[in-house]
Design a protein around this ligand. Structure first.
Ligand SMILES: Nc1nc2c(ncn2[C@@H]2O[C@H](COP(=O)(O)OP(=O)(O)O)[C@@H](O)[C@H]2O)c(=O)[nH]1
Ligand SMILES: [Mg+2]
Length: 324
């Protein structure tokens, strides 16, 4: 076995961190390593935690780690922040919030910022998860910011999705419309000591009662989590959340839904891989040659339409492939 692969599979933090960094930087060799790692993946339970920036996701993750460590589970945490063009900022904050686990060899925390376009982030998330799976982590927690498409994406990576809402943010119902309702397995109403928590709970409950999801045999529970700075109640609330996540895990296993989700994950991974094999090189070469700009100008001035442009590019690309 390749020595890096061997090291990662034995849980070596340095090798794993380096590979995750290479994945983020899109170093071509990283892909070859992931291919070799693949046989050692697929055994971890993956939890997605999503919600607006500042909703308290990292604070909750920290509390979940504490709960899960009581059961001796090993944990990988991946904090994904597509809003930050730099490593640092929010991610530095995350590191501080999860600091108390920094010395614990059973906990491995890494972050990914956005690099490149075209769903590259989704693939990077998937690959970083694979590294943590190969390390043998029992549970992997993926924290993503619920903005735009990103929160919908998490469903392709996680087995269980926790959506974190905060009362008084005003946009809860819109967020629901944007599809969070469909992806949430568990809701958290965080900072539930604040005004409006009860009302949010009522609204959410009635929406859930109308939802078709319940027909599947799992009605997403709503967990109220109070002030993170009041340890007594916070610990109790987050223990409840941990319990709900475990119940969902059992439900997935017993209902056969886990296999279904793994199938969906495999499909999404094929799509991501195809995008990086086919779409990205084409996009990159058109960008480098300046043709992309040229096409955009033509479309802007009404001399071309995007469909014909895409057809022209596709034809040209496949001709080049044939000649090879
Ligand atoms: N008052 C209050 N602040 C909180 C609570 N939970 C988290 N915070 C604070 O809210 C800020 C954002 O929390 P963080 O966990 O980083 O949110 P994230 O962006 O969703 O990961 C931090 O300053 C936290 O200390 C809470 O229950 N009550
Ligand atoms: Mg965070």
């Amino acid at each position: 076995m390749d020595s890096t692969i061997k090291k990662i599979c034995s849980g070596d933090v340095r090798s794993a961190s380096r590979l995750i960094r290479d994945i983020e930087d899109k170093i071509p060799e990283a892909k070859a390593k992931i291919k070799k790692l693949y046989a050692h993946t697929g055994k971890s339970f993956i939890i997605g935690i999503t919600g607006a920036p500042g909703a308290g996701k990292s604070t909750l993750t920290d509390a979940l780690i504490t709960e899960l460590r009581k059961q001796n589970k090993t944990i990988g945490v991946l904090a994904v922040d597509p809003t930050s063009p730099f490593t640092g900022g929010a991610i530095l904050g995350d590191r501080i919030r999860m600091q108390r686990h920094a010395e614990d060899p059973g906990v491995f925390v890494r972050s990914l910022a956005t690099r490149g376009a075209l769903g590259g982030l989704s693939q990077a998330v998937g690959d970083a998860i694979h590294v943590m799976e190969a390390m043998g982590k029992d549970i992997i927690i993926v924290e993503t910011v619920g903005i735009g498409q990103q929160e919908i994406d998490i469903i392709n990576h996680a087995h269980s999705v926790v959506v974190v809402l905060v009362p008084g943010m005003g946009d809860e119902i819109q967020t629901m419309k944007a599809g969070l309702m469909e992806i949430a397995d568990i809701f958290v109403i965080n900072k539930a000591n604040r005004a409006g928590a009860k009302q949010l709970q009522t609204e959410l409950t009635s929406m859930l009662n109308l939802s078709s999801k319940t027909a599947d045999g799992w009605k997403p529970p709503i967990v109220m989590v109070g002030d993170a700075f009041k340890p007594d109640t916070f610990v109790k609330d987050t223990a409840k959340l941990t319990q709900k996540i475990e119940e969902h895990h059992v439900y997935l296993q017993q209902s056969g839904k886990l296999t279904e989700r793994m199938h969906r994950k495999a499909m999404a991974e094929i799509k991501d891989a195809l995008s990086s094999c086919l779409l990205e090189p084409v996009f990159e070469s058109l960008t480098a040659s300046g043709e992309l700009e040229h096409f955009a100008e033509k479309i802007k001035s009404g001399k071309a339409d995007p469909y014909s442009v895409a057809e022209e590019i596709t034809q040209r690309f496949f001709k080049k492939q044939d000649k090879k």
